[in-house]
Design a protein around this ligand. Structure first.
Ligand SMILES: [Zn+2]
Length: 372
């Protein structure tokens, strides 16, 4: 079944929307936060546990899976769903972001990007066609077009040529891909922090008519205000009947602010990464479990949370696990952090349904400590 988006409701108070995204492996309710399973695993968790938390879709990284264990091996295993035993939707990125952030000695040409593996220094070439070929082998429901994620800040001249090349690469991705019932591709809008270039990019990418669009080149180190300004400008230009995906967003404030501006999907390694360092997100703000003040705190991480961790374990116990380097500490913190963001998005969907998202945001921000 080809990727299809159904717009259920538009908020009367902001640009937020409710939708349903149909994929070959099931329906996703939007807005949604997607946990990241970089190397075909959401770190420390079994897929059954991830599903139990309420995750509707996960993300996996093309660059990592291409280098190890290799896309052909995963294809031989029957595709990524089968290989990792996850039967719900999967989104794969194009590999572009990692080539730019991890790959060494990159050389960008019209053909693609030549780079050296961060693991063993071996030489590789990623092109739009190669990225789709790899993602075809992985068999993800949603693939991403191969783009250049330009650094922030960059000059207008640099962003312009990079954005134009990204549009030509998007066209090549679309031409290379064949089976649109099995897998869809999302096009990526670039243009950095320059509105005229954003406008050009939206025009070029939406002309190619993809089943969904990502807003790229944001959440790359710019201040939240600037991201909001670019989103305010960009999302209204995107077609209403297609999903919008903002890459790399995973703190409560960034999630609220992007949903309010019309974003339907977001992902980030943050909740799982900070969990493994013992930092948890709670209704009352960030909680660093290693702090001495929790040594004899026998209450849950978050008294308002009903996740497996909070129902069964105390702050004192989880702190102890981290102090003696027991892996159960990372697992319990990961369960809580993922559940916290999945539940937050569920609450956000409820609030959109009832036209009280702005009120809910204020309530959440006060309690979390973002505002007084
Ligand atoms: Zn919890």
């Amino acid at each position: 079944m080809a990727i299809k988006f159904e717009l259920i409701k538009e908020s009367s108070e902001c640009n937020a929307r409710l939708g349903k995204l149909y994929t070959p492996h099931g329906v996703i309710e939007t807005p949604i936060f997607m946990p990241v399973g970089t190397k075909a695993t959401v770190k420390t968790m079994t897929p059954e546990e991830v599903e139990k938390l309420g995750a509707q879709i996960i993300l996996a990284n093309t660059y990592h899976l291409y280098l190890k264990p290799g896309h052909k091996l995963i294809e031989e295993a029957g595709g990524l769903h089968k290989f990792m035993n996850w039967n719900k939707p999967i989104l794969t990125d194009s590999g572009g972001f990692q080539v730019f952030s991890l790959g060494k000695l990159r050389k960008i040409t019209e053909e693609g990007v030549e780079f050296r593996s961060h693991i063993d220094g071996s030489k590789h070439m990623l092109t739009p066609e190669k990225s789709i070929e790899i993602q075809n082998s992985l068999g993800s429901d949603i693939m991403m077009a191969f783009d250049e994620c330009a650094p922030y800040p960059s000059t207008w001249e640099y962003i312009k040529q990079s954005m134009e090349r990204t549009s030509r690469w998007a066209k090549r991705c679309k031409e290379y891909h064949k089976d649109w019932d099995r897998q869809g591709i999302f096009g990526i809008v670039q243009g950095g922090m320059y509105k005229d270039l954003r406008e050009e990019s939206v025009k070029a990418i939406t002309d190619l008519d993809f089943p969904g669009y990502a807003i790229g080149g944001l959440s790359v180190g710019e201040p939240l205000d600037l991201m909001c300004e670019i989103l305010d400008f960009t999302t209204p230009m995107l077609p209403k009947d297609k999903p919008r995906y903002l890459m790399g967003v995973g703190t409560p404030d960034y999630l609220f602010e992007s949903v309010i501006r019309g974003v339907d999907m977001a992902d980030c390694v943050l909740p799982t990464r900070i969990a493994r360092n013992g930092t948890t997100l709670t209704s009352h703000g960030k909680l660093v479990i290693r702090n001495a003040k929790y040594a004899k705190d026998f209450g849950p991480l978050d008294p308002e949370c009903d996740c497996y961790t909070c129902r069964n374990y105390s702050r004192a116990y989880i702190r102890h696990l981290f102090n003696v380097n027991e892996i159960l500490g990372s697992r319990l913190a990961t369960i809580h952090n993922l559940y916290f963001l999945i539940k937050l998005m569920k609450n956000i969907r409820e609030a959109i349904k009832e036209d009280r998202l702005l009120e809910y945001r204020e309530e959440f921000y006060k309690k979390f400590g973002y505002i007084n």
